[in-house]
Design a protein around this ligand. Structure first.
Ligand code: ATP
Ligand code: MG
Ligand code: MG
Ligand code: MG
Length: 476
């Protein structure tokens, strides 16, 4: 079944050769011109059927989304819009399609509608581009860390710990549905969950990642994470992928430098490899922008924005400075923020986006957050109030990275765990990293979908993961 991919055909220009292509019909005009798509690129291949050469029965079956195998000669195209086309010698229908019932008509569908038919939306140009880019971003992640000598560590999905201490966990249970064990008061005894132990799906691979870093030096994990958040925002999913590097002998500044270099690298990778998909998404966004009032349109287009991010250093400020900027902003003074601003708050997306989009007009690394809003494992600063945390904020989204230097001093760590009611006896294995040759170390978590959003310019996180899991959404 040797076939030539349409992307390859259109870029290598094998004029005069006979090729076999396979794909799905996008449109069929005048009983003569098939626009064939095989998912390798948004560009359709024009297949020309000579009039009178193919029988009526076959022509009738060439409908939108029918699948075809075509063998023919690559020739120069007389039509506008493409350089090459294939003049068909043989056409075989692989699968018929009832184009009346086919949900994707050859017109522009809204993203909301496409979410309802998420199982078919890869067949559109927008999702074709988004998911080819998502694929390459994943590849670039591995390339970057592999080149730097990091070890890819697979951290567990089923675990007994809540790394973030936020209680947003999905329980994993082997209890029988119909007759679960009960406590004396009649309630279900969940301590028996995992054949006798309470377990949940991981919210982060970090704690296990630290075990790796204190053996290999530098590791990263890249896998699915789960948070039972009943939130309906454009940047939260219940199941998302996270990239979590963890490095021994790193301080907070080393950590920030690595994160910045990493983000710039993977964006550059996409700009090199996916110029065509980015161009498509750029045009798509320009159309979207036209719907907005003039003063809300962005100055730079998608590709200019990405280029800017790869060529300029990120802004670096402390949390305290960020709060001061917000307090002095026109948005605050005119009461434009929905949530209040004061030292100690966990910044909301609107605050983060103000800093990035209005104030600095570039990605921002915010460091040294109040310890009360951060997890127990972050290194405590000498001021007694803040920890060596860092978040990276990106335009259009807000937080894309959360990271920190970790508390490597056993006494300080266990004292903080006590204050925050984190059970030290359950995390005895984690504390062994501090017990046996503790070292300064740091790491961060980058939400992969938020990164895909950033690179593709997609406004809603549901549109950058193949099968989004949000409250009540689990069918496909
Ligand atoms: P947020 O403030 O947006 O809820 P967070 O501070 O709770 O995020 P962290 O625990 O710092 O998130 O997780 C690290 C990274 O994982 C975040 O910076 C973000 O990129 C990503 N992330 C966190 N929660 C989600 C989610 N529900 N859906 C998608 N990505 C997420
Ligand atoms: Mg959260
Ligand atoms: Mg946050
Ligand atoms: Mg965070």
């Amino acid at each position: 079944n040797k076939r030539t991919r349409i992307k390859e055909l259109l870029t290598s220009e094998p004029q005069g050769q006979t090729v076999t292509v396979m794909g799905w019909v996008r449109t069929f005009r005048n009983n003569q011109f098939v626009a064939l798509n095989d998912g390798s690129t948004n560009a359709n291949l024009q297949v020309v059927l000579e009039l009178g050469r193919f029988d009526e029965e076959l022509l009738k079956r060439i409908t939108t989304s029918a699948s075809l195998k075509v063998t023919g000669k690559v020739i120069e195209s007389m039509g506008k819009g493409q350089k090459l086309e294939v003049k068909a010698d043989e056409v075989e229908i692989l699968g018929d399609s009832d184009s009346e019932k086919y949900p994707l008509q050859p017109k522009k569908h809204s993203l909301e509608f496409l979410r309802e038919i998420a199982h078919l939306r890869f067949r559109t140009n927008t999702f074709g581009s988004v998911f080819r880019i998502r694929h390459s971003l994943a590849f670039a992640v591995h390339q970057f860390f592999n080149d730097k000598g990091f070890v890819y560590l697979h951290t567990p999905i089923i675990t007994a710990s809540d790394a973030e201490g936020a209680g947003e966990m999905f329980r994993v249970s082997t209890l029988p549905f119909d007759n679960p064990p009960r406590k004396e008061d009649g309630s279900i005894d969940f301590s028996e969950d995992f054949f006798g132990r309470a377990t949940n799906l991981t919210v982060s691979g970090q704690l296990e990642g630290e075990l790796g870093a204190t053996a290999f030096g530098d590791i990263y994990t890249f896998g699915p994470t789960f948070r039972a958040e009943n939130s309906n925002t454009a940047r939260h999913l219940a199941e998302f992928w996270m990239i979590e590097p963890e490095m021994a002998f790193y301080d907070l500044e080393d950590n920030a430098n690595l994160a910045e270099e990493f983000i710039q690298y993977i964006i550059r990778y996409i700009m090199d490899k996916h110029a065509d998909d980015l161009e498509f998404l750029r045009q798509r966004l320009l159309e979207e922008e036209k719907q907005k009032p003039q003063n809300e349109r962005s100055e730079l287009d998608l590709i200019q924005k990405l280029k800017f991010v790869t060529e300029n250093k990120f802004e670096r400020i402390t949390y305290t400075e960020a709060i001061d900027i917000l307090l002095q902003s026109p948005a605050y003074k005119k009461k434009k923020f929905q949530y209040d601003v004061k030292w100690g708050i966990d910044m909301q997306s609107e605050h983060e986006r103000y800093l990035v989009e209005k104030h600095f007009k570039k990605p921002v690394i915010v460091t040294n957050y109040p310890k009360e809003i951060k997890a127990f494992y972050m290194r405590q600063n000498d001021d007694g109030k803040t920890v060596a945390a860092m978040d990276i904020l990106a335009p259009g989204i807000g937080e894309i990275v959360g990271g920190s230097q970790r508390e490597e001093r056993m006494d300080k760590l266990t004292k903080r765990m006590e204050e925050m009611h984190v059970p030290a006896e359950e995390l005895w294995w984690y504390l062994d990293t501090r017990r046996y040759g503790t070292v300064p170390h740091a790491g961060f978590g980058l939400g992969f979908e938020r990164m895909v959003q950033f690179v593709t310019g997609m406004g809603n996180i549901r549109d950058v993961i193949a099968f989004p899991r949000t409250p009540k959404n689990a069918e496909f």
